[in-house]
Design a protein around this ligand. Structure first.
Ligand SMILES: Cc1cc2nc3c(=O)[nH]c(=O)nc-3n(C[C@H](O)[C@H](O)[C@H](O)COP(=O)(O)OP(=O)(O)OC[C@H]3O[C@@H](n4cnc5c(N)ncnc54)[C@H](O)[C@@H]3O)c2cc1C
Length: 386
């Protein structure tokens, strides 16, 4: 486990200023309803606009529509979008992890087919990992694919699949060799790219406590997946999937979900001296944001330098999601307000949404118990990524 101290350079700061300027002009405060982190609204037109600016698929190769920019530059852009509450929902998963994993493991044909529309913000993806009886213990999953002509016949059920009822594609982790034959439950798994409109795929939205119905229960019944849609190597799904989780865990989306609640709370404070407990909360929050920003920056820099900081990413997700819940509880303890709907102010609206969704922050993308276990292995003298 190692975090190198690093700062943004001049080019990166210039990019940050450019994104801030773009957001001020494109989405002036008060002209839209800000979202909370990656849970923000889906707006395909906004995603396409980001694509035209070159701010999607930033790290992907130019020959596939990408921009060959660094992970740090991508971090600069995503941090600003999340802090603004911009509608990033449509492209989030495709840009964060599906594109990079296709670039890493896909065939030439797959890269030409999927990466350009991901970079343009017009193709959306879901993550097909969790199942009703396999979340943390993912390798025990039951969805299986059997050989059928020039492809695979897929049967099973995925659950908590964000956006599956509206997105275009899903990368499904499934078993292609029975455990009895493969020996170990982590072998014999594969990743298949499944079109969500294909015959046999039925995605049913699951109502969430905040009134949205974004994540889904997905039934897969005799879904035919041609060989052209196998991602990477049959049987190597576990390793491929683990590298996908590294993209999923180390970014600012894991500590900025409640940022706008804090900002709006601060905006609403009366001018003049603030009570000590308010100053304490805001001071601690500022320090935490600074630390988490630098940890995330260090991870992005390590990736740019060719390292693979997946253990560090687990630690940041654990710390970040715990913080985004704690800062919310801190504000709730300071205010004399029973939040309700319809909300009377922007602060109240954000507070209600954050209160209803915060319990999920430490579950989605891997629970904190699991992340602590991964991080602790990295702290052992012989462990770690360097
Ligand atoms: C908002 C949201 C969006 C999501 N989106 C997606 C998505 O798009 N795609 C997708 O595939 N999944 C998605 N998920 C699912 C998510 O990844 C799982 O919920 C998560 O991995 C936990 O799995 P589980 O729900 O089966 O809980 P379980 O694995 O059953 O865990 C239950 C409890 O037991 C604890 N526990 C389990 N095993 C251990 C252990 N070995 N040691 C210590 N404690 C343990 C857990 O920490 C947890 O507290 C989403 C979840 C949420 C909440």
């Amino acid at each position: 486990m190692h975090f190198e101290v690093t700062e943004l350079g001049a080019v990166e700061r210039a990019l940050q200023a450019e994104v801030r300027q773009f957001l001020t002009e494109e989405l002036p405060r008060g002209s839209f309803v800000p979202g909370l982190g990656m849970n923000a609204a889906k707006d395909p037109a906004f995603s396409a606009k980001l694509g035209r600016r070159g701010w999607l698929g930033m790290t992907l190769p130019e020959e596939y529509g990408g921009h060959r920019r660094s992970m740090v530059e991508r971090l600069v852009v995503t941090e600003e979008l999340l802090r603004w509450g911009a509608p990033v929902g449509h492209h989030w998963v495709a840009d964060r992890q599906s594109g990079p994993i296709i670039a890493r493991y896909g065939t030439e044909e797959q890269k030409r087919r999927f990466l350009p529309p991901i970079c343009r913000g017009i193709l959306s993806f879901s993550i097909g990992m969790s199942e009703p009886d396999s979340g943390s213990d993912l390798a025990s999953l039951a969805t299986r694919a059997v050989r059928d002509g020039n492809g695979w016949l897929l049967n099973g059920r995925k659950v908590w699949t964000t956006g599956a009822a509206v997105n275009d594609w899903m990368i499904v982790l499934c078993r292609t060799t029975p455990v009895e034959e493969g020996g170990d439950k982590r072998s014999g798994l594969s990743q298949l790219m499944v079109e969500l409109s294909a015959d046999g795929v039925v995605a049913t939205p699951i109502p969430f406590i905040d009134g949205t119905a974004d994540f889904c229960d997905v039934m897969l019944e005799d879904v035919y997946v041609p060989d052209e849609q196998v991602l990477g190597t049959i049987g190597a799904g576990w390793t491929q999937n683990t590298s996908e989780l590294a993209f999923e865990r180390g970014g600012p989306d894991r500590w900025l979900s409640t940022y706008l609640v804090v900002e709006e709370y601060l905006r609403g404070l009366e001018r003049g001296p603030v009570p000590h407990e308010v100053a304490d909360l805001l001071g601690a929050a500022a320090a935490n944001y600074w630390v988490l920003h630098h940890l995330t920056l260090s991870i992005a820099r390590a990736v740019d330098e060719g390292r693979s900081p997946s253990i560090e990413a687990s630690l940041v997700k654990e710390m970040g999601t715990r913080f985004e819940q704690d800062v919310l509880s801190g504000i709730q303890a300071l205010i004399d307000l029973e939040p309700g709907l319809p909300a009377r102010s922007m602060f109240e609206r954000l507070l209600v949404t954050a209160t209803l969704t915060a319990p999920s922050f430490t579950i989605r993308g891997g629970t904190n118990e699991i992340l602590r276990s991964v991080a602790s292995k990295g702290l052992a003298p012989s462990g770690g990524s360097r």
